[in-house]
Design a protein around this ligand. Sequence first.
Ligand code: ADP
Length: 394
Amino acid sequence: MAQGILVINAGSSSVKFAVFTDGGQPEPKLLFKGQMEGLGSDPSFQVRDATGRKIDERDEWPRGSTLNHVGALRYIRSWLGDWAGNVKIGAAGHRVVHGGLDYDRAVRIDEGVIADLEQLIPLAPLHQPHNLAAIRALAEVAPKLPQVACFDTAFHRTQPRVAQLFALPKALTESGVRRYGFHGLSYEYIAHRLPDIVPEARKVVVAHLGSGASLCALQDGRSIESTMGFTAVDGLPMGTRTGAMDPGVVLYLMQERGYDAKTLEKLLYKESGLLGVSGVSNDMRDLLESDDPAAAEAVDLFVYHIGKHLGALAGALEGLDALVFTAGIGENAPIVRKKVCQRAEWLGIRLDEESNSQGGPRVSTLDSPVPAWVIPTNEELMIALHVRDELRLA
Ligand code: ADP
């Protein structure tokens, strides 16, 4: 029977999952991808096969059922029992947002690891509790299944110390108030693909542009800088997050406008970014279709900040050999790529309009001094690779 790897990405109201088989091929192969959404309110379940074809869904649940993480994982497990055929799930990998300073790679989960990760909840209160809830829920549903935690922060632990420091008193730094960086699984996947795509590029900036957005500077495949810092609200403006902002604004809102921590959290994470600026939507597709000038302004602001931070990361790298676009916007919005490349002409990027409008993969001209590429990210595969390495399933 083929070995299977279950990949879990749990949020507050959803559990996304993917199943890979792992039998001798160079990389685990995707079998299914699905999600249970609406946890705590109105659950809905959907699964697609590796080609993206919908193979099962369920929206009807007994009246009043509000599944939690345990219920969702129980359902997913029994669904796999019916559908995964001759694949036996041998291990699970979880996307975990925060691994702090100590976890610089994926780790097999035990009670000690769970206790360490609980300590990090205050550093990622919107994500870490749900990641841990799914780990505990799966342990309850399948107690013998080995579980591996794969961290969004781990890939950035190679950054030089100066890139990880705030200019704060040393005691605060030593107590953990420092720059961690996020989207690490996405960047690690891109770094894993780069040698096949742009083997000559040593200094690369990767733009992960999704609902959350950040840039990462890679030197020889290792992270040396990124736009996200202590939390995932730093750096670029995002769907609903502010991105980097003068901390004086926060002080002013507290002292003069009576904002408390909860109101500020909502403002910084949920009400700002593309949504706040446009007043239209947090979704790039809606903004690009809208004829509201505020929607255009939100797109301009997004592009402006990408261009500005790209310059900063090229500065950290002391050069630039390639630019890579990835994630929902980076992979699917040619107009955003075009505007970013136009802003980056001074760095040596020459856009190839036609190739860009067709989705690349190379979106710069052949004689562009610095090439620009679209590389679809695959965080689930990265997690499956970590699980395989960690448990030596192959
Ligand atoms: P996350 O995984 O962080 O939720 P994604 O990487 O899926 O985010 O990216 C979501 C973003 O990608 C949304 O802003 C969405 O509008 C944008 N997006 C997806 N497809 C397109 C498209 N065809 N054109 C423009 N934007 C797109």
